[in-house]
Design a protein around this ligand. Structure first.
Ligand code: MN
Length: 424
């Protein structure tokens, strides 16, 4: 299904007067409000193909119905999100789950919905049917050269699929590691992994980037071969200028200071992109901003500061993507909430008075520095985010319109109640 412009216009007309009442005071209060709105218009967050179905845990999976069964239907779902919020203009594919039957047709379909292809993702964390060698004991780190070669070949294939669709980056997340002390020689595992990554790196087309994603634990519970930002940074530095670290918010040990990690990676020019989600305990993959929105704001505060220090384009120079999973919510509503939370945190970070903050920092005025950050964080910027949405042709209240149009009900009637999306 498609949401057309008149449906959005009708919805916006109904709510416009009330919206104007809220946005005007903000525009009057903040001289930078118009600039902030324009930056919000530009800012796009890619949707991963695997987040469109209901996720599960190892205890079970409860499908919500109407889930996309094919790559075409996944593109349709992201198209629906993008029509509503005008901020989800890219889809990130996972190979082998999302291999197109025809690149030309898939590209044309995506263009119909105004979508581009974000980073492509490889998969060496599970065995596929008819796969020759098993990844039970790792992929690029494996003691057997044939397993390593199979993993290298797969990643190079993923680059080829991405290239055909106009993507320009690959995200490599490895589940490699060990679950028991003594199982692995850390140094050999690192070196083998580096050698494999080097081969993949050398297959990158000229304008491509490689993102090396780290994770502290799971599925391995004693060591991960790309376990933290230091290890990822080490790989990315040794690989070369096209390799970067990717930060997934849920992939840290509890209480890690992610904003500081982000600041230093940016300083070194080695931050490549983000996977947004939220968590309370581990890699919970919860809706962005649902548990700790202040942390999200502090991360964006460092992002804006660091990107501006390097004269970077906020919208284009880093990869922005959601990486979450939904056990009990409608995945599309959940993704709308996640995108909104990201834009709110970004808008708040844009409102931080940088000059004043720097003065307070240089004067050791700790209380003032905190006041400046919290002044921005406690500003209700939702009308600015909504204004940006109207300007780009989206809906004032995306979830409200999604419900009014009975989107899920229609998807269930088109696709069936017992559909299961491919992927995790
Ligand atoms: Mn991730």
């Amino acid at each position: 299904m498609k949401i057309d412009k008149t449906q959005i216009q009708k919805h916006n007309d109904k709510l416009y007067t009330a919206h104007q009442r809220k946005v005007k005071p903000l525009v009057n209060e903040f001289p930078s409000a118009k600039k902030v709105i324009n930056k919000l218009v530009d800012f796009q967050i890619a949707i991963p193909s695997w987040a469109l179905g209901t996720g599960g845990t190892r205890f079970g999976r409860f499908s919500g119905g109407g889930e996309p069964r094919t790559l075409e239907e996944k593109i349709e779902d992201v198209g629906l999100l993008h029509a509503l919020n005008k901020s989800s203009g890219a889809i990130s594919l996972h190979i082998p789950w999302d291999i197109p039957a025809s690149n030309r047709k898939i590209k044309a379909l995506a263009a119909e919905y105004g979508l581009t292809f974000d980073a492509v993702n490889s998969n060496t964390f599970q065995d596929q049917p008819n796969q020759k060698h098993s990844y039970k004991f790792g992929s690029l780190q494996h003691v057997n050269t044939k397993v390593r070669q199979q993993a290298i070949d797969h990643n190079i294939d993923v680059i080829k699929y991405g290239k055909a669709l106009g993507s320009n980056s690959i995200t490599v997340w490895l589940s490699d590691g060990s679950s028991f002390p003594g199982q692995l020689n850390f140094r050999k595992a690192f070196q083998r992994t580096l050698e494999g990554l080097r081969e993949i790196y050398s297959a990158l087309p000229p304008n491509w980037r490689m993102f090396v994603e780290y994770k502290a634990f799971e599925p391995n519970f004693y060591s991960m071969t790309v376990g933290d930002w230091g290890q990822s940074y080490l790989y990315a530095s040794k690989l070369g200028p096209k390799a970067f670290t990717l930060v997934d918010l849920g992939h840290h040990l509890p209480h890690a200071n992610i904003e500081q990690i982000v600041s230093l990676l940016l300083m070194e020019g080695k931050l490549g992109g983000f996977h947004f989600n939220d968590s309370k305990y581990g890699d919970d993959d919860l809706t962005v901003g649902s548990i700790n929105p202040y942390q999200l704001f502090l991360i964006f505060n460092e992002l804006v500061e660091g990107m501006d220090a390097r004269h970077m384009d906020h919208a284009r120079d880093l990869g922005w993507m959601i990486d979450a999973s939904h056990n009990v919510k409608d995945p599309l509503e959940d993704l709308l909430q996640s995108v909104e939370a990201i834009k709110i945190a970004y808008a708040q970070a844009l409102l931080v008075d940088r000059k004043e903050l720097s003065r307070a920092q240089e004067a050791n005025d700790v209380a003032k520095a905190q006041e400046i950050l919290q002044q921005a964080y406690r500003t209700d910027v939702r009308p600015l985010v909504a204004e940006a949405r109207i300007k780009s042709g989206g809906a004032l209240k995306p979830i409200q319109l999604y419900r009014e149009l009975n989107v899920r009900k229609q998807l269930v009637s088109e696709r069936g109640i017992k559909t299961v999306a491919t992927g995790l």
